[in-house]
Write a protein that binds this ligand. Structure first.
Ligand SMILES: NC(=O)c1ccc[n+]([C@@H]2O[C@H](COP(=O)([O-])OP(=O)(O)OC[C@H]3O[C@@H](n4cnc5c(N)ncnc54)[C@H](O)[C@@H]3O)[C@@H](O)[C@H]2O)c1
Ligand SMILES: [Zn+2]
Ligand SMILES: [Zn+2]
Length: 353
């Protein structure tokens, strides 16, 4: 079958047309025929093999792709909750189910977490074999290609829940209008925020944020002042999400928050940086939180309900559908005129590849 494989700890990847399909399933495994897999910033880090990618400790060789949907074609022995024919989206964080956090019911904090497409073969392929626990059965009304966006949209839902803010009636500031930031824009609107501002350099993405009612501004030396002015009646924003990981973006965000506001870090910075703790944490009294992955399965159920009810429109985030052979183009598109780029195995690229 065709598959995108990362073979070692250097930049690059292999596009294979002869990747072997494993014939038999181990107990607890599920074979999924991939409908779509979306490409994200993490894939770009993995292709470029940046320090952020190295920090994940990949298990080479590994098929990439961790934002996946598809149809169950076969189930192994002892699989209980998934049936052949089920339409599923895949959770990329596979918890061990035995460590302290897992036993507390907090699988998202698992100490032995394995990630699909990094430690286990993922979904940039025609089919993939995953543990049963990776499968989330989609509501009938949710198209499979929208299911491929659940993993990354779930990051936004989890960040909102982690903030502890209801967002209704609040001033919400988002640094980074990539797919995760854009889902947060929609969530803030769905929950009735009074004001949503997005700091984003890419004009295409600013236009999308504006489409969902956000005000937008480019990053720069004046961005923090502009934001503070924009929410001057409260002395700053109530809650901020850094969905960029860009150097300086969190600093801008912290300067634009009001006293005792909350900042949630979602974007993964490529290197350590310093923050003014005296100013922001002590005097401003901010709560600084990180958010990683999704809670299992509260985030997914909430997300599925929001999508099924039409309050969250993930399909509008799909900007391109490419073949597996066009993975390199998909990665390039991430910093261009794109939101979510899907690799669709049934789409064939140039020369029928
Ligand atoms: N915490 C998690 O669990 C988790 C999961 C997946 C992805 N991520 C990270 O979240 C971030 C967002 O991912 P994404 O999928 O939305 O795509 P993305 O990486 O494309 O989004 C980042 C956005 O930030 C913008 N940006 C660049 N410099 C900026 C600046 N100085 N100020 C404001 N915005 C700036 C970019 O133009 C881009 O639109 C990435 O860093 C990604 O690695 C985190
Ligand atoms: Zn991702
Ligand atoms: Zn665990």
């Amino acid at each position: 079958m065709r598959a995108i494989v990362k073979t070692g700890p250097t930049a690059g990847f292999e596009y294979r047309t002869d990747q072997e399909e494993r014939a038999s399933l181990a107990p607890g495994e599920v074979r999924v025929i991939v409908a779509a897999a979306s490409v994200c910033g993490t894939d770009r880090e993995l292709v470029n093999y940046t320090p952020a990618a190295e920090a994940f400790g990949l298990a080479f060789p590994v098929t990439l792709g961790h934002e996946v949907s598809g149809t169950v074609a076969e189930v192994g022995a002892a699989v209980r909750n998934v049936r052949v024919g089920d339409r599923v989206a895949l959770e990329s964080h596979i918890a061990c189910e035995t460590c302290y956090h897992c036993r507390l019911g907090q699988g998202h904090n698992c100490l032995n977490m394995k990630l699909l497409g990094l430690h286990l073969d993922g979904g940039f392929a025609e089919q993939t074999i995953v543990p049963e626990q990776a499968c989330y059965v989609l509501p009938d009304s949710v198209p499979l290609e929208v299911g491929a966006l659940f993993e990354s949209a779930g990051v936004a839902v989890h960040a909102m829940l982690r903030s502890g803010h209801l967002l209704g009636g609040e001033s919400v500031l988002i640094a980074g209008g990539g797919p995760i930031g854009l889902v947060l824009v929609q969530l803030a609107q769905a929950f009735g925020a009074r004001q949503v501002v997005v700091v984003e350099p890419n004009p295409y993405r600013r236009t999308l944020a504006e489409k969902w009612g956000a005000k937008t501004i480019e990053p720069g030396p004046d961005a923090a002042d502009w934001c503070r002015q924009d929410s001057a009646d409260r002395g700053g924003f109530d809650v901020g999400f850094d969905c960029s990981g860009a150097p300086g973006a969190l600093d801008t965000l912290l300067h634009a928050l009001r006293r005792e506001a909350t900042a949630v870090c979602v974007g993964l910075p490529n290197q350590a940086y310093s923050l003014d703790i005296t100013r922001h944490v002590i005097k401003q009294g901010l709560t600084l939180k990180g958010s990683f992955g999704r809670s299992l399965w509260a985030t997914w159920d909430r997300l599925a309900a929001l999508v099924a009810s039409g309050r969250l429109d993930l399909s509008a985030l799909i900007s391109q559908r490419l073949s597996l052979a066009e993975f390199s183009d998909a990665v390039d598109l991430l910093s261009g005129d794109a939101a979510k780029v899907l690799l669709v195995p049934t789409v064939h690229g140039p020369f029928g590849t």
